[in-house]
Design a protein around this ligand. Structure first.
Ligand SMILES: NC(=O)c1ccc[n+]([C@@H]2O[C@H](COP(=O)([O-])OP(=O)(O)OC[C@H]3O[C@@H](n4cnc5c(N)ncnc54)[C@H](O)[C@@H]3O)[C@@H](O)[C@H]2O)c1
Length: 328
């Protein structure tokens, strides 16, 4: 059984991923600054839970001694906090990637999987975007992820460790921990507004486009990368569905699913407080399309439809009022 270190294991994606890998036969060491001890069902799945700050040299030194087969690195500030002062932002978003690779690749590490983002590409043109599309970040969050990709590429070149960059589009789906920072994600936010306020309010005109993938499909994709016997010389992989939606279309999809489940119409308010009657406004707009051929060639195919993922979110939101169990 492979021994896997997940950093950021208590975050929105890390908690789901650690649970999925533990349930699929991996020995997981979960590392995070968040203390998950009140989630006893989740912690009981982990081989070890280490609470600490990734900037701490002693912690890195002790992690290196544990001789992991695989590291999955998910620690980063979100896009808002990444706009903070450069020394602070790079100490969390960039330096830990370098330090982890520097220390752990010397100890027989087989694979290092880095969670990057589609935002390294900057503004997406309305074409097919494959992994060779040139990066051109337009915010600090994208910039720091691109710097990490370069560090990952360097270690892929000069060490025996297979170092992989995942370029993730946008996740959605229920969190494992109530504290997870996930309600700013557009689909999650729309479901929460529908559930709590009986309305959806858009912050934009609804024209921005997104590719959303459910967090369980993200976990499955990582499982495929872990098991693959590829040489990973070509080491960037899109994790996405390959389906692009305008935000307005997503709002109408959430409202339609809400109506089907609760038999109740909810209004979709545009920023000028007018009500959107139809999702068709942007239907003829050209779209970008995130190409997922490389992941498909490894055997990965997203399985959770928007319909299923949104229903799952409504189930979760209802369970918050009804259920006192400690894990979802
Ligand atoms: N959520 C998405 O849709 C999405 C999309 C693209 C890329 N990503 C990337 O995937 C990764 C995981 O995203 P997420 O949504 O789970 O983020 P998250 O903020 O929920 O999780 C990050 C975790 O890192 C931990 N952490 C932060 N600073 C730390 C420190 N100094 N020491 C130890 N732990 C620390 C936090 O406690 C948190 O649990 C990030 O790199 C993110 O940029 C996420």
């Amino acid at each position: 059984m492979k021994k896997v270190l997940v950093t950021g294991a208590c975050g929105y994606l890390g908690a789901r991923l650690s649970k999925y890998l533990a349930e699929n036969g991996f020995r997981i060491t979960a590392f995070d600054s968040f203390d998950p001890s009140m989630y006893s069902q989740w912690t009981s799945l982990m081989e070890e839970v280490i609470i600490g700050d990734i900037r701490d040299e002693t912690i890195l030194y002790n992690l290196a001694k544990k001789q992991f087969d695989i590291v999955i690195h998910l620690i980063s500030l979100d896009h808002n906090r990444s706009e903070d002062e450069p020394n602070f932002v790079s100490s969390i978003n960039v330096m830990p990637t370098w330090n982890l690779l520097d220390k752990l690749s010397k100890n027989g590490l087989e694979k290092f999987i880095y969670f990057s983002t589609q935002q390294v590409l900057g503004k997406l043109p309305s074409t097919i975007i494959d992994e060779s599309s040139p990066p051109n970040p337009i915010n600090k969050y994208g910039l720091t992820h691109l710097l990490c990709e370069q560090i990952v590429n360097y270690y892929n070149e000069i060490t025996e460790t297979k170092c992989i960059n995942i370029r993730l589009s946008n996740g959605y789906g229920s969190p494992v921990f109530k504290e997870n920072n996930c309600w700013w994600l557009v689909i999650n936010d729309f479901c929460k507004m529908a559930n709590e306020r009986g309305e959806i309010k858009l912050l934009s005109d609804g024209s921005p486009q997104r590719d959303f993938i459910h967090n369980l499909d993200i976990s499955r994709a990582v499982g495929v990368l872990i098991k693959s016997k590829e040489d990973f010389i070509d080491n960037i992989f899109h994790i996405a569905t390959g389906e692009t939606w305008a935000i307005l279309e997503l709002a109408h999809i959430v409202a339609d699913i809400y109506k089907g489940r609760y038999n109740k119409e909810i209004p979709i308010f545009l920023p000028d407080n007018s009500i959107s009657e139809s999702p068709e406004l942007y239907q003829n707009e050209q779209r970008f399309n995130i190409d997922i051929t490389k992941m498909k060639k490894l055997g990965f195919q997203p399985e959770i439809s928007l319909q299923k993922g949104i229903l799952e979110l409504f189930e979760y939101l209802n369970s918050l009022y009804l259920d006192s169990s400690d894990i979802y």
